[in-house]
Unconditional design. Structure first.
Ligand code: BGP
Length: 467
């Protein structure tokens, strides 16, 4: 029986319902059939103590072996689309040069399986997983890696572009900058703002060059980028707090949003980089490439807001330069939290992002490419029938979707909603601590999958195109 009359929030026809995941977090098989090492494989080898309960990336959720079963499950819970990423070091083990035929076979099989089952694959090229051979020469700090990335992107378009019609150059490109070069949660764990800026700049250049290549190759799909847009809310309307929020926004959102969508960098950021002596090395012609190769579509990842205030104390001039020389993070009294991840939950943020895109970014076509809730110890919610009763996740999704719906009513071109994530997977240094999936993965039983209550609910959501 259809619930059609009960639907209060109906979404536009053809809305993309699905989820997202990345190669390193789900494939497993990290050391088989010719795959090269990436920074995660390497970091785990040298510092396993940095990963929750010492669990590394070698097995993750075994999508490499179980993709057929997984795609059936996606279909079963109402997916019409799904974002995956290609592992660069699986496809091109050294980052440049030889292509691994086993990887080509694997990704062809996966893409075909998706299409046969009516789930459109959206494909990302880079999701935090730099091939180790390229990290050895400096990773994104080294311009040669931009060339290597462009060649890798072209290889992907050539191999899979006949079937994949939505491509994403990067996933949350600010995160490897923050994790690898500012705050010590990604390899190579350096604290060096100058490198951070160069990494960010090269990433943007690499994105524009991949977009340019895509168009020159006459590919007929869409190409975009996925950004984690974390709105910056000032503590108050006091001018000092407002200024702090404008600058935090320039550092963490507009640094990638403006060049990706408008082809230019935010002046506030450029000015600070100049004043502080951190301008990146830019070669002739780069800025034209960035200007002329903006994205067709934008993926928006939203988890939490950023709240800021004017600095309370003078910064230590001897300390390494950090963006927060210009603002302090603000802990708002009474905020709602996801205590497992330590992230504030603020549903309206998703609406504010979409309205900002509508008003200030030409209402670019976009979709929610990640949103979700990681919870520790979910096993305790498993009932006698074996199903995890994750009502909190259903509520979380609904509370965000209401705001997405409102933004669409007001004219936003949001085309879909993908949850992070399809099945429980490996969350980088948090490993399997927090579970995010519609489907649980039992690590003690060879990764056995069970659909959670939220997965069953999502099926109805997708069938009714609303709730
Ligand atoms: C995003 C990433 C994902 C994912 C998610 C959840 O930043 O794109 O790869 O992991 O966040 O965060 P975490 O795994 O750190 O809990």
């Amino acid at each position: 029986m259809s619930n059609i009359n009960k639907v209060k929030y109906r979404f536009p026809e053809g809305f993309w319902w699905g989820s997202a995941a990345s190669a390193t977090q789900t494939e497993g098989a990290a050391d088989v059939e010719g795959k090269g090492k990436n920074i995660w494989d390497h970091w785990y080898e040298v510092e396993p103590n940095r990963f929750f309960n010492g669990v590394g990336p070698e097995k993750t959720s075994q999508f490499y072996y179980k993709y057929k079963e997984d795609i059936q499950l996606m279909k079963e819970i109402g997916h019409n689309s799904f974002r995956m990423s290609i592992s660069w070091s699986r496809l091109i083990p050294n980052g440049v040069g030889e292509v691994n035929p086993k990887a080509v076979e694997f990704y062809n099989n996966v893409i075909n399986e998706f299409i046969e089952n009516g789930v459109e694959p959206f494909v990302g090229l880079f999701h935090f997983d730099m091939p180790m051979e390229l990290q050895k020469i400096g990773g994104w700090v080294n311009r040669e890696v931009v060339d290597a990335y462009e060649a890798y992107a072209k290889t992907c378009f050539e191999l899979f572009g006949d079937r994949v019609k939505k491509w994403f150059t990067h996933n949350e490109p600010i995160v490897p900058v923050e994790g690898g070069y500012l705050y010590d949660f990604h390899y190579p764990n350096e604290i060096d703002f100058g490198k951070a800026v160069q990494v960010g700049y090269h990433t943007i250049l690499s994105s524009a060059r991949a977009i340019k290549a895509y168009k020159e190759m006459g590919q007929d799909g869409k190409i975009g980028i996925v950004l984690n847009l974390t709105p910056s809310y000032p503590r108050s309307e006091n001018p000092a707090d407002l200024k702090a929020s404008v600058l935090a926004d320039a550092f963490f959102n507009r640094s990638f949003l403006d060049p990706s969508v408008k082809g230019e960098f935010p002046q506030e950021l450029v000015q600070i980089l100049k004043e502080e002596g951190f301008m990146p090395v830019i070669e002739d012609g780069d800025l034209d490439i960035i200007k002329n190769n903006t994205v067709d579509i934008l993926g928006v990842n939203y988890y939490q807001p950023r709240r800021v205030k004017a600095k309370e104390n003078l910064p230590n001039p001897e300390a390494p330069f950090m963006p927060d020389r210009y603002f302090d993070n603000y802990v708002m009294p009474g905020r709602k939290m996801n205590p497992h991840r330590g992230w504030e939950i603020y549903e309206k943020g998703i609406y504010d992002i979409l309205i900002n895109l509508k008003e200030n970014y030409g209402n670019i076509e976009c979709f929610i490419s990640e949103n979700g809730m990681g919870v520790e110890g979910e096993e305790k919610f498993r009932d006698e029938t074996g199903i995890i009763q994750d009502d909190y996740r259903i509520e979380f999704i609904q509370d965000h979707l209401k705001w997405v719906h409102k933004a669409i009513e007001e004219g936003s071109k949001a085309k879909g909603y993908h949850l992070w994530t399809f099945m429980d997977n490996w969350s980088w240094t948090n490993a399997y601590k927090n579970r995010y999936g519609f489907v649980s993965v039992n690590l003690d039983k060879d990764g056995e999958r069970t659909i959670k209550k939220s997965g069953q609910w999502f099926k109805k959501l997708s069938e009714n195109n609303g709730f």
